[in-house]
Ligand binder design. Sequence first.
Ligand SMILES: [Zn+2]
Length: 484
Amino acid sequence: MKTVDMVIRGGKVVSSQRIISASVAIDGGIVVAVGQDDTMPPARETVDATGLYVLPGAIDSHVHFRDPGYPHKETWKSGSAAAACGGVTTVFDMPNTSPPTGTIEALQMKLRAAESSYVDFGIHALFGDESVDHLEDLLDAGATSFKAFVGNTFGNLPAPTDGALLEGFEKLAPLGVRTVVHAENSSIMARRQKRLRDAGRIDPLAHLAARPAVAEIEAIGRVATLAEWTGARVHIAHHSAADSLYVLRDAKARGVDITAETCPQYLLLNTNDMLRLGGILRVNPPVREARHNQPLWDALREGVIDMIATDHAPHAPEEKTRESIWECDCGFPGVETQMALMLTEVNRGRASLMDYVRWSAEAPAKAWGLAGVKGVITPGAHADIVIVDMDRTGTLSENRLRSISKISPWHNRAVQGYPLHTLVRGRFVMRDGELVEDAAGWGKTIKGIQAMPEAQVRHPETFITAVTEPGAAAREADITRSPS
Ligand SMILES: [Zn+2]
């Protein structure tokens, strides 16, 4: 038998379907065998996983590595180091950097910055009124997917108009590309925020008052309608409210290709934490009342929400602790703490490890065209693996974060369950809880391996390209005149 690079022995290998005692053989960055230890080929290196669980590395659909543009908040190198140490092997980076990732030049800058990444990555390019005319060019230049800021957030990128959203979906539907949507209604929020400020509200809960769940309900509904009409694929970022779950559920039942993520903050935190933490927990959408927490867990279990992402969105401590809630930047780091937080909930019995693997790895792989290649530990897949200790206890500390921005609402939270080792395509990026420094730059774009399922276009005869092409008017007149 050929000698392979590595065998991980003695652990329990987890998929969304089962947990089996098995060894994993890796060669050339690919899983080549999973099975009984006595069937494994000889290996140059053996990793002892006795008493540990072997999971597919997490795929985080939603990070802001702030690079280029905000090196005091985060860089690709620091953010991807945080990912590696959090058990995350693939990230998708958001376009509200400076310059925003809506031009070829800006995309090239981001791809250059990402050359320092420890983990594999996709790039969500900006889908806005200005970039809508060259979405195909952005795809050709390396974008893997798009992000539309239908609700405003850090960077204050203007929301695309509904007209631009429809036209962009008409372009992306035939290509099968998925668009992430920040689904909150900007007009509602801007008006309410002004009214609250005028009334003198600067307290933490004023942030929630400015962004009621109906803003999320309306935006998801609008996006689902346009996606349904065109056949475009969409993904709802950071789903926050119990009240808006019916919109997702109904859209899925109608056959809309809509996926959704929620984040640990919406599952585990609520307004009680907002009162305690103030601006540190300011995030868009806001964490809501405690009544929203459990329905989001239920939605994950039912598959109404597909996956866990983090919305890793670091800011400097002084940007998070200003007196007025309106002056505190929105978001906080999360890519490094997600796995420990969720494994803790698994230990508490709120979900199984198999559920967790489905939400953290398999579902995002499927949504972004990586099914069978990432997010699973099976022969032929990338050896993106995290080995976790479900018994290890500790306390999350912002001082230990690899992120540049060391301020987190999870500071001092007790956890049980930690990622110990992280491998990206067979190479350690974290070992024994320590970053493997010289693995910087090992991360690669997933562009070349991304394979979205076949596109399902609807109503192409109404698309702007069809009705503006030469002869369209005459053809329509013909149709109108023909006897029915
Ligand atoms: Zn975000």
